[in-house]
Design a protein around this ligand. Structure first.
Ligand code: SAH
Length: 261
């Protein structure tokens, strides 16, 4: 850690969340934005930074310079090759975007997500590329999406967006009078992604739609399941049902006493 004689150290995170927040930057291009994002995180008491496929040297001098006291966050950032890898241990994944997308969950104001955020244990907040944001595919992998309301020019600088979203989440927690009880067993992302892959192959297997349309259909199903914040047991229930449907589709007879897994 870099120490300064003149500046007070950051406020200790005494009032900050017990829910762990992770910031995921997808393919950032400017080292300065990585440093400034880390600084914004430290201001808000968030320390877990994950960077997916960076397009620059994460430890470039500009990144360390802009991070100021948050140098350790940059140095300890986890570099991942995919968004899936960066979020696999998270049970609630929030995407951010400056724009609206018609076939995705409508964007919410950051503060509106308070109950869902604090009901989860490991929350990933995902930010996109400086020029093009997150792709539709990437946003479809998020269970919720937030947009910072702005004037007509909606695209904020990446690190400023990080600061505002985290600020809103943290303020929300402080001002929520009765937070919902934490859900102890929300399904981790990895399990949900496995279930979506299973549903997709079932849909194709039974000819419910064709390969050309299946990805669009899967986005609509994701919308439903992601809104529900399913618990691990609930995901297993669906997976059991889908496994049974696939078993029957292969011409097998129901075996009510048996368990096909
Ligand atoms: N032209 C891009 C903007 C990219 S800005 C687009 O239209 O999506 C880089 C990132 O900052 C975005 O991917 C998003 O994560 C965040 N961001 C910028 N403006 C935002 C806003 N108004 N609300 C929420 N996130 C925003």
């Amino acid at each position: 850690m870099v120490k300064s004689m003149t500046e007070a150290p950051p406020v200790p995170p005494s009032t900050l969340p017990t829910t762990a927040l992770r910031v995921v930057l997808v393919s950032p291009k400017e080292p300065g934005n990585i440093g400034s994002s880390a600084r914004a995180m430290l201001n808000m008491g968030v320390s877990d930074l994950r960077i997916v496929a960076p397009r620059c040297d994460v430890l470039a001098p500009e990144a360390l310079y802009m991070s100021v006291h948050a140098r350790a966050l940059v140095e300890n950032a986890q570099i991942c090759s995919t968004l899936e890898q960066a979020t696999q241990d998270c049970d609630f994944v929030v995407g951010t975007s400056a724009r609206e997308y018609s076939d995705l969950i409508p964007a919410r104001y950051p503060g509106e997500l308070r109950t869902q955020i604090w009901a989860a244990r490991n929350v990933a907040v995902v930010f996109g590329r400086e020029e093009s944001g997150l792709t539709t595919e990437e946003l479809a992998r998020c269970q919720a999406r937030v947009r910072i309301p702005t004037a007509e020019y909606s695209s904020l600088n990446l690190a400023q967006a990080v600061l505002i979203v985290l600020y809103e989440f943290i303020q929300s927690q402080r001002t929520t009078p009765t937070p919902l009880p934490r859900k102890e067993n929300l399904a981790p992302r990895e399990q949900l992604e496995g279930s979506y892959a299973q549903l997709k192959s079932l849909i194709l297997e039974i000819g419910y739609t064709d390969p050309r349309r299946v990805d669009h259909m899967m986005r609509l199903y994701r919308k439903i399941f992601d809104r529900a914040q399913l618990e691990a047991d609930e995901v297993r229930m669906f997976r059991g049902l889908w496994a049974q449907m696939s078993w029957i589709a292969k011409g097998n007879k129901p075996n009510l006493g048996g368990d096909k897994g």
